[in-house]
Ligand binder design. Sequence first.
Ligand SMILES: NC(=O)c1ccc[n+]([C@@H]2O[C@H](COP(=O)([O-])OP(=O)(O)OC[C@H]3O[C@@H](n4cnc5c(N)ncnc54)[C@H](O)[C@@H]3O)[C@@H](O)[C@H]2O)c1
Length: 291
Amino acid sequence: MTALIDAAITFLALATSKSLNILITGGAGFIGSNLTLALQEKFPDARLTVIDDFRSGDFKNLAGYQGDLVAADMSRLNWREQFGDQKFEAIFHMASITDTTDHDQFRQTHDNVESFRRLLNFARPNKSRIVYASSASTYGSVTGASSEGTEAAPKNIYAFSKVIMDNIARREAASNDWIIVGLRFFNVYGPREAHKGVPASMIYHLSLQTAGYIAGAFLLLIGLWGLIQPDSSQVAARSLPRSRVAGFVLFTIAFFWSFWLLATMEMGEFSGFRKPLLFILPVGFLLVLRT
Ligand SMILES: NC(=O)c1ccc[n+]([C@@H]2O[C@H](COP(=O)([O-])OP(=O)(O)OC[C@H]3O[C@@H](n4cnc5c(N)ncnc54)[C@H](O)[C@@H]3O)[C@@H](O)[C@H]2O)c1
């Protein structure tokens, strides 16, 4: 995240010294909001405009933002009507459907690709510099190192939509008089990603997992106490309030929640574990209920 923001700032500093008019799409999202707030801090005289339709963004990410915001779906927006002949020195295009488990092929390609196409059509006369978010998912499940030249092998419709964006960008930038930079982000993580829920980064989920490990270690310690000191631990356990019904309800909620998480979570290279785990979980649940 920091590297991206530093690169964006250098990009702008090199671009021009006059006052800047900058557009950030997807500015209410995770990366877009961090970028917007960093640009606001580094270029206090710049005129900033965010476009977002809040499908996965959150206004809370833009706390402290002092610029303009257009609430619109970019793939359906009439750009000329909205912005007239305004010229942007730079456009950072971060807006996209980011839920990789959304398998609606029309929605993913339409919304992601058409948003980009409309943006390019608008920016073409002024050749506004564009930095857009592509994705490492365009490489598919390669095991070796990936480089720009690695052939695209999208494994889902989200990645496919990013490949089409890359194809369009390559064609547009071929003339060499228009700077369009595509960034194939890998797993970006950092502040302001909590709103993403399941599609949030592995690192974010791992930090939640750390809390899970701590809770697990705590339970293990209590179990160990029962093993080493059965008499005193039984006395302590009997003094606690207990209810079979409440236990059943809590356990059932935990089971359904874990099952849903497992079924929908983006597991990247671990997706092969999904099916066996989805089988093991109900079996374990039923075995515990039998005891
Ligand atoms: N976070 C990562 O690890 C990662 C990895 C690879 C690629 N990317 C790409 O980086 C970009 C930013 O991702 P993010 O993690 O900040 O996701 P995010 O979901 O937090 O942000 C995306 C933002 O775009 C907005 N948006 C989506 N479609 C829109 C549309 N048609 N019109 C207007 N607004 C729209 C959403 O409301 C949201 O605010 C995306 O293009 C994503 O594909 C992110």
